[in-house]
Write a protein that binds this ligand. Structure first.
Ligand SMILES: [Zn+2]
Length: 137
């Protein structure tokens, strides 16, 4: 049974009691019955809004995965960008030109100039220019 149906049922029961309309308690019962009906309507509206928001989130999440596919399919060159999200250790973001996936490497690995892609095992080589990097900071 829906909330609104339950509220209507309670209202019907109260009406069925044939209480004295002049009695103060009767007024309170009727007010409570009206309040229940109003609350049931409000909750129904809120549920509708919740469903709408959920649908929108699903849509956004589908759009995002589309964007992710595009980013991973692009033929990226092996860009090296400094990633400052890790405060403790310097790490660098490297995009594999073979499979397009992004991996993070430490400064030591960067100094060696060669790493294997963890995804496709492609050997990635890059020139590491310390002077250029220092200027960025
Ligand atoms: Zn790869």
């Amino acid at each position: 049974m829906q909330l609104s149906e339950k509220a209507a049922y309670v209202k019907g029961l109260i009406d069925g009691l044939e209480l004295d309309p002049a009695d103060k308690q009767t007024k309170i019962f009727k007010l409570i019955a009206d309040l229940l009906a109003d609350m049931a309507d409000e909750i129904k509206e809120l549920e509708q809004c919740y469903d709408d928001v959920c649908d929108q989130i699903d849509g956004i999440s589908e759009d995002l995965s589309g964007v992710e596919d595009i980013l991973c399919d692009e033929d990226f060159s092996d860009d090296i960008t400094y990633d400052d999200s890790d405060s403790d250790e310097m790490s660098y973001e490297v995009t594999c030109p073979n499979c397009g996936c992004v991996t993070y490497i430490s400064e030591d690995a960067l100094n060696e100039g060669v790493i294997d892609c963890p995804n496709c095992n492609e050997t990635l080589e890059f020139d590491y220019n310390e002077d250029e990097l220092d200027e960025k900071e």
